[in-house]
Every structure is written in C-alpha cells, then in structure tokens.
Design a protein around this ligand. Structure first.
Ligand SMILES: CCCCCCCCCCC/C=C/C(=O)SCCNC(=O)CCNC(=O)[C@H](O)C(C)(C)COP(=O)(O)OP(=O)(O)OC[C@H]1O[C@@H](n2cnc3c(N)ncnc32)[C@H](O)[C@@H]1OP(=O)(O)O
Length: 304
C-alpha cells in the first residue's frame, strides 16, 4: 500500500494520558524534543484497521483487517474508534468508505471469544467498547458509506447499518442481517432501533425474530442495502456515492443527520450503564454460555 499523505499530530506532551496509549497502539513515534510531529499515512495504518486517506478527494477508505473473519475483537473495536476519531478531527476528510481487507467477509460480527468463558469485568469492558463503536459511527459527522464486500452477520450488519449508504457485492453467498436469535441470544434494543430506522418496523420484527440473513438481492428488496453491484465495483461505487453525498453542504447535511439520529442514540446514552449491566448478567447465564459454546463448536466443526 503506497500512501503519501502527511498528517499533523500534536505533541504527546499536550495530550491526555490515554492519548499516549492511543499513540502507542497506532505506532506513532514522536522524536526526542516533542513539539508536534508529522507522520506519514503509512503510520496511520494500524494493525487491524487500515486507513487510506485521499486528501485531494477529501475522503478516506477504512479497511478492517482482522483475519480470518474480521470478528470485532476488543482490539479491533478500539482501533476502529480511534481511527474514526482521528478522521473526524482531520479537516481534509469529509467522507469515509468502510470496507474489509479480508476476502469474502465484511465482518463476522462480535467476537464470540470475547463473550464466552470470560469474567464479568471483561464482559463489561467489551460491551462498553461495542456501545462506543456504535455511538461513534451512528453519530459521525462524516459521510459514511459501507462497501460490503463479503458476509456481514450480526455486529457486521450493525456496522453497515450505522452508515449513511450501503453498497453490497452481488455474490449470493454473502449474507447480511441480525441473526442473533439463531445463536440463542437477543439483539439489544439499539441494534433493533438502528434496524427499524433502516427497514421499518414490520420487516425488522420478522428479520429479528427469525434471525434472517439476507442474500444481496433480498437485502436490497427489504432496504437493508441501497445498491448491489459486482464485487469488483463495490469500492468504486461506494466512492462515487460518497462524492454525491459530499456535494451537499456539510453543515446542513450534518444537522439533518443529527436531527434524524440523535433521539435513537440518546436512548442508549441515557442508559449506558444499565445496558452494560443487562449485557453482563445476560451473557453470564449458564444457558447463554452453553448456547454460545455450542455455536462456536458448530462453526469449528463445519470445517472438518
Ligand atoms: C434480555 C435482553 C438482554 C440483551 C442483552 C444483550 C445480549 C447479547 C447481544 C449480543 C449481540 C451479538 C452480536 C454478534 O455479532 S454475535 C456474532 C454473530 N456472528 C455470527 O453468527 C457469524 C459466525 N460466523 C460465520 O457465520 C462464518 O464464520 C462466516 C460466514 C462469517 C465466515 O465463514 P467461513 O467459512 O469463511 O469461516 P469459518 O466459519 O470457517 O470461520 C473461520 C474461523 O473464524 C471463527 N469465527 C467465525 N465467526 C466468529 C465470530 N463471530 N467470533 C469469533 N470467531 C469466529 C470460526 O470459529 C473459525 O475459527 P477456527 O479457525 O478456529 O475454526
């Protein structure tokens, strides 16, 4: 990946302590003496989230890279939020395409190993990171377009649903949907709200209860995605759509987006701690742990 853009990063001495941890996570190095540092975009490419900025176009492509299936581990979620925050603060960027670097998979959703056989403190930390990812994406001031170049179940679908527009590859093997009930778990209310805001109440009720995973043409029909194109055109189409959305003055578009989305985000913001407690007690139940273990086993056996 040849990237040449230069990004200005403030001196670490001026940043809060967590920002130093962030710098370390992203591999940014400040020369002795401090005073601010220019880092090449290559440094911006962290391990699990690759960011390819195109300052001339005012856009960036963000690629998830957590092989084999882009499961949303704590590490990936943290990097995603940090990368997004950085793009939000970068005046040269107004729009972002979210896509995958893993062939055939957009994202397999939440990392089941983060929700299985761990302790309550870990579940709480993990869930807070999932909430943070959703809130940051859903309320982003940037134009976000999902280039869905592979399977996109559950949490993968949620990421796509936070975007302003979704382009999906036409391969019938790629499916998208909130399939939580198939795992014996329940999509949280804010997953549900995001889906209802996208495809409407009746279609959501059916999709959520049955844990439906839609192939691209059905996803298009139900309104879960906005456009289906051949696989090799997914990213270019997403970039064209981005350009159309970016033709609208930012302030007017952003205020409108906020007006449409804030009430939904506020429902979670008002009860974040209670939502974490609900998640921890739900996921800690023996019956739920058994269901998740069995599901993971089934995934592993599929190979053999
Ligand atoms: C009272 C109400 C209270 C409510 C409180 C909240 C309740 C909890 C809410 C939780 C919400 C959960 C959201 C989620 O996102 S759960 C995750 C759902 N994801 C899935 O179901 C997808 C599972 N994966 C697949 O279907 C396939 O892997 C996939 C189609 C994505 C790719 O298939 P492929 O054949 O290419 O790859 P494999 O299946 O062989 O997988 C390769 C290895 O990856 C492992 N794997 C797959 N998915 C996951 C995952 N999500 N997390 C962790 N690991 C995963 C798989 O086991 C293979 O591992 P091995 O190589 O070791 O065998």
């Amino acid at each position: 990946m040849a990237l040449t853009a230069v990004i200005r990063v403030p001196s670490r001495a001026l940043l809060r302590p967590w920002a130093r941890l962030r710098d370390a996570a992203l591999g940014w190095i400040e020369p002795a003496g401090g005073g601010g540092v220019e880092v090449s975009a290559q440094r911006f490419a962290s391990q699990k989230v690759l960011v390819e900025p195109d300052p001339a176009a005012g856009v960036a492509v963000m690629k998830f890279k957590n092989p084999p299936v882009n499961s949303l581990s704590l590490e990936l979620l943290t990097e995603l939020v940090i990368s997004l925050e950085k793009l939000e603060n970068d005046k040269t960027v107004r729009g972002v395409v979210l896509t995958s670097d893993c062939p055939g998979i957009f994202s397999a959703g939440l990392d089941l190993t983060e929700m299985c056989g761990r302790n309550p403190a870990h579940y709480a930390e993990y869930w807070k990171a999932v909430q943070e990812m959703w809130l940051r994406l859903y309320l982003s001031n940037l134009v976000l377009v999902a280039a869905i170049n592979g399977a996109s179940p559950a949490g993968g679908c949620l990421i796509a649903l936070t975007c302003d527009y979704r382009v999906m590859a036409d391969n019938p093997k790629y499916c998208i949907g909130l399939n939580e009930t198939l795992l014996g778990i329940v999509a949280p209310f804010w997953f549900k709200d995001n889906l209802v805001n996208t495809i409407g109440h009746r279609a959501s009720e059916r999709a959520l209860q049955l844990g439906l995973l839609f192939p691209p043409t059905e996803a298009l029909q139900v309104g879960m995605v906005d456009k289906v194109v051949p696989k090799d055109q997914v990213q270019s189409t997403a970039l064209s759509v981005l350009a159309q959305w970016m033709a609208i003055p930012d302030h007017a578009r952003q205020l409108t987006k906020n007006m449409m989305r804030k009430p939904t985000a506020d429902r979670l913001l008002k009860q974040r701690d209670a939502d974490i407690q609900n998640f921890v007690s739900f996921i800690s139940r023996d019956s739920i742990q058994k269901s998740l273990q069995m599901y993971l086993e089934k995934l592993k056996q599929k190979k053999g």
